[in-house]
Design a protein around this ligand. Structure first.
Ligand SMILES: Nc1ncnc2c1ncn2[C@@H]1O[C@H](COP(=O)(O)OP(=O)(O)OP(=O)(O)O)[C@@H](O)[C@H]1O
Ligand SMILES: [Mg+2]
Length: 353
């Protein structure tokens, strides 16, 4: 569901602040330290129960105060729901004044955050791209997700058994049971997301050929049973056992690995395109409207790239909130965007048109 209004009380630099998103995409601009990321942090905390900057929610309390509060109104089908979080020694969460859990809020407000490190989905190691798969699998492939959690636990136990010379057969069996379920869930996900990803790449990289392929964690033709049974940690040439924990998504531009050819700005665009496509797929699968928070969206991007990105992000059915130090010019901002200026703890709506 989209967020209509957001209120902050005594959160970091804000004594009191209100943003009327009205469910629309929004751009928050302002100088360094004005409070832009704090607004995203407050939304993130409300939906996830933790901050992306600190494990200690108490740090968000405005200096000299005792507690803080965040509230969002979310229009649902029949009524508007009020989600409220108060931190006073501990987090107290409610929906329409009834105590609630973050799982319940997470269902109403599925969201994801992209920060300055977002390009790592493209430039970083395979684990970065597995995180993308995990995010999608968590929401739409509960069986695959459950198996993946069990698989990772069994893998740790099995590796420990191999290292210490114990019998790890029971763990190996669990891994072998789970592996095909995980692999097929991931393949389904990638296949379902491909049309959305292609749409994103078509808008962000017009004319370029971008291909994505799922690479299972064991080489083609390799029998996972034999490979795992024959695995020994001391073999330098095989430091990690094969399996779904080594799988990844290969991203190719004109047939060459994206991480080898893309500039930093291009990698950032591609990474945001991947998240955008995934969110669009979730919107369709969950019949909900995911919220994308993009902190410092304009860094590394020239104005043409920013412009292409904003036009992509303005599309239904997602709600995006982006922050930037320099606001794009009004005439270059898609009409759907609401614009807000943040100034040392004050939020002011700027005319959009
Ligand atoms: N507990 C607190 N109480 C009061 N002020 C705080 C507290 N914690 C952080 N601040 C201040 O609040 C401001 C919030 O910074 P925030 O990270 O939201 O800024 P920003 O607009 O995202 O800046 P940038 O463009 O540099 O990323 C900073 O000036 C910071 O020093
Ligand atoms: Mg910031």
């Amino acid at each position: 569901m989209p967020v209509a209004e957001l209120r902050l009380e005594r959160v970091r630099c804000f004594e009191w602040g209100e943003v009327d998103f009205d469910g629309a995409p929004a751009i928050l601009s302002g100088t360094n330290g004005s409070g832009k990321s704090t607004i995203l942090e407050a939304i993130y905390l409300l939906a996830r129960g933790r901050s992306f900057r600190t494990p200690h929610p108490g740090q968000l309390i405005r200096r000299g105060c005792q507690a803080f509060g965040v509230e969002a109104t979310v229009p649902a089908e029949t009524s508007t729901r009020a989600i409220r979080l108060v931190y006073d020694q501990k987090l107290n969460l409610s929906i329409d004044r009834q105590m609630a859990t973050f799982r319940e809020v997470g269902e109403i407000l599925p969201l994801t955050l992209m920060d300055a490190e977002i390009a790592q989905i493209v430039t970083g190691g395979p684990e970065q791209r597995r995180k993308l798969l995990d995010w999608l699998m968590f929401h739409v492939e509960p069986d695959g997700w459950g198996q993946w959690k069990q698989y990772r636990r069994a893998l740790r136990q099995w590796q420990w058994a191999v290292r210490t010379g114990m019998d790890g057969a029971i763990w190996l069996e669990r891994m072998l049971d789970g592996a095909p379920v995980i692999e097929s869930a991931r393949k389904r996900l990638i296949e379902s997301c491909l049309p959305f990803w292609n749409e994103a790449f078509g808008s962000l990289f017009p004319g370029a050929r971008v291909d994505l392929e799922y690479r299972p964690g064991s080489p083609p033709g390799m029998n996972l049973v034999e490979a795992l049974v024959g695995w020994r940690p001391e073999r330098a040439e095989r430091p990690l056992a094969p399996g779904p924990h080594r799988a990844e998504i290969g991203i190719m531009i004109e047939g060459v690995s994206a991480r080898q050819v893309l500039s930093r700005g291009q990698a950032k665009l591609l990474a945001i395109g991947l998240m955008w496509g995934g969110a669009l797929f979730l919107a369709e699968s969950l019949k909900n409207r995911p919220l994308l928070l993009i902190d410092d969206f304009s860094s590394e991007l020239d104005s043409a790239a920013q412009n292409r990105l904003l036009h992509l992000l303005a599309r239904e059915p997602l709600q995006v909130v982006v922050t930037t130090v320099h606001a794009p010019r009004k005439e270059e901002t898609p009409r759907q965007f609401r614009r807000f200026h943040v100034e040392q703890g004050f939020i002011r709506a700027s005319p959009s048109w």
